[in-house]
Ligand binder design. Sequence first.
Ligand SMILES: [Zn+2]
Ligand SMILES: [Zn+2]
Length: 127
Amino acid sequence: MTDEPRTRTGGCLCGGVRYRVVGEIRPVINCFCSQCRKTSGHHFAATRAGLEQFQLLSEESLAWYSSSDTARRGFCNRCGSSLFWQRRGTRTISITAGTLDGPTGLSTMKNIFVEDRSDYHDLPALK
Ligand SMILES: [Zn+2]
Ligand SMILES: [Zn+2]
C-alpha cells in the first residue's frame, strides 16, 4: 500500500480535452436547473475539485461559454462534450462525472433544482 493520493483522469469524447485530478473529490451532485438541462441535454452530474488538485493535460479544443454573470461552462469545441462548470471568483471546478475515465469510485450524493427538470424526466434514484 502507498500513501499516494488517488489520481483520476478524464476527457472529452474526441480526446482534445484531457485532464487529471489528484486526491479526494466531492461525490456527484445531479443538477436539474434549466441551464444544466440545456447544456447537458438532460441533467448535469458533476463532481468538484479544488483548482490545486486539477490539471489540464490537453486543452486544444477546450472552449468556455459564459452561461451567466456568475459562472462559465467548459466544453469541447470539436466533439461537443460538456466538461466543466466554474463559478467566477472561486478556486474550485466542477467536472462532469461522466467524462471521468472509469471506474470513478464515486457515488451520487443528491439532486438539486429538481423542480426545474423537464416533464419527461423521472428522478434518478440515489444509492
Ligand atoms: Zn472533444
Ligand atoms: Zn444547474
